[in-house]
Ligand binder design. Structure first.
Ligand code: ADP
Ligand code: ADP
Length: 226
């Protein structure tokens, strides 16, 4: 079934058409990579689908519920509950140990600290992070920090994980390792993945690749992930 859809999405910045009528559908456990040249509208599309930016036209639906017209409070509540986010870097709080960084989205939902940390710890083994629960972000490698960020995105058991250049700050080998974990752990949790990347090798780990050009979909490919 379709978890996330964008229909006829339009976004303007002054006279710049960042999106001029984009249609996207994402199914359960689907992974979608958004690629395209710089300035083509990739980030705008990700942020519109994630309810961070409102479109000027079209609709965004999460499991058939329109979200583009929700009030700010309901929209941010929905983002916290149903979506997880992974960014390029700098998303972990430096003064908190890894396990508390992962527990944070649960605590924001009102889960008591102890229970939240307990649930957070369960994500360390699947992401190859055992033993690093107490480390602060400054004591982690770039790849480890991104895996902690993935754990934090998944801890609320979201419907969709949005990743904006999740491997942008990593070397080739670490990128491969991180994207493999991102796609496999997201899928086994039952969530869909929507990712913006410049890296074709990273995109190839997704089921589908959407090519964006000048605010439109210029190509669409189906991949069979090994
Ligand atoms: P990409 O992620 O593919 O690099 P973006 O979605 O960031 O592309 O940008 C698409 C277009 O919208 C570009 O022309 C960009 O300059 C413009 N744009 C993006 N964000 C803003 C903004 N906040 N204000 C004005 N123009 C913007
Ligand atoms: P860029 O794509 O230009 O590198 P970022 O990915 O860092 O920028 O952030 C893009 C936007 O997403 C910003 O406006 C930021 O406030 C917002 N944002 C970042 N993290 C979250 C989050 N967890 N939930 C909702 N919005 C977020």
């Amino acid at each position: 079934s379709i978890v996330l859809a964008g229909h006829g999405l339009i976004k303007k910045y002054g006279s710049t058409m960042a999106l001029s009528g984009v249609d996207v559908e994402v199914r359960e456990r689907d992974s979608l990579a958004i690629m395209g040249p710089s300035g083509s509208g990739k980030s705008t599309l990700l942020h519109v689908l994630a309810g961070i930016i409102r479109p000027d036209g079209g609709q965004v639906l999460v499991r058939d519920e329109r979200i583009d017209n929700l009030g700010e409070n309901r929209l941010s509540a929905l983002r916290r509950k149903r979506f997880g986010f992974v960014f390029q870097f700098g998303q972990l709080l430096p003064e908190l140990p890894a396990e508390e960084n992962v527990a944070l989205p649960l605590m924001l939902e009102g889960v008591p600290r102890k229970a939240a940390v307990e649930r957070a710890r369960r994500w360390f083994a699947p992401l190859g992070l055992e033993g690093l629960e107490g480390r602060r972000p400054g004591q982690l490698s770039g790849g480890q920090a991104q895996r902690v960020a993935i754990a934090r995105a998944l801890v609320v058991e979201p419907d969709v994980v949005f990743a904006d250049e999740p491997t942008g700050a990593l070397d080739q080998n670490t990128s491969t390792e991180v994207v493999q974990l991102l796609t496999s752990v997201t899928r086994s949790q039952g969530a869909a993945l929507v990712m913006v990347t410049h890296d074709a090798d990273v995109a190839a780990h997704c089921h589908r690749i959407l090519q964006v050009r000048d605010g439109r979909i210029s190509g669409h490919s189906q991949y069979t992930v090994a």
